[in-house]
Design a protein around this ligand. Structure first.
Ligand code: S3P
Length: 168
């Protein structure tokens, strides 16, 4: 299969670890939109948000998606907000199979609460913010080709489910 395998979903849904696991099993390369944005700017995402704002970050993220969507045969780990730009979704769906890693707000909170590198969740009540953002983004995530529930599953199990789904 030459099509890319593209993982989308909310922060803390396990996209990064699952894409690495998938890439290893399938002998493919893995690319991350967040890593490419950070490399391009020479800064951490939290610093890009702080210095230049979210809109600037989204523009960089869009440019990275444009580049990635020209590649073939890679596993793509997308930042949680890529779905906010409808053009990103069109490009990603053209370049491969898009899989939504579905995760409950409580599980997202559990997985992200000890980390500080996600500027959108650095607020007084992160669970409330997670619920708000998830509600807004749900219709966009649901445009994926497939949905895989990740709650209470290990990365290895989620990767296996994706391979079964795609007959790989
Ligand atoms: C974001 C998710 C982050 C990162 C940035 C914004 C979002 O990526 O792109 O902090 O808007 O959901 P992860 O989903 O990999 O944490």
């Amino acid at each position: 299969m030459n099509k890319n395998i593209i993982l989308i979903g909310f922060m803390g849904s396990g996209k990064s670890l699952t894409s690495l696991c998938l890439a290893e099993h399938l002998g493919k390369r893995c690319v991350s939109t967040d890593v490419l944005v950070e490399q391009r700017e020479g800064k951490k995402i939290a610093d890009i948000f702080q210095d230049s704002g979210e809109d600037y970050f989204r523009q960089l993220e869009h440019e990275v998606i444009q580049e990635i969507s020209k590649k073939t045969d890679v596993v793509v780990d997308c930042g949680g907000g890529v779905v906010l730009n409808p053009v990103n979704m069109v490009l990603l769906k053209k370049s491969g199979i898009v899989i939504y890693l579905l995760t409950s707000p409580e599980m997202v909170h559990e997985r992200t609460k000890r980390e500080e590198q996600r500027p959108l969740l650095n607020v007084e009540n992160p669970l409330e913010r997670i619920n708000e953002l998830l509600e807004k983004r749900k219709p966009f995530y649901e445009q994926a080709n497939y949905v895989v529930d990740t709650d209470h599953k290990t990365v290895e199990i989620v990767a296996k489910e994706i391979m079964e789904l795609l007959n790989l």
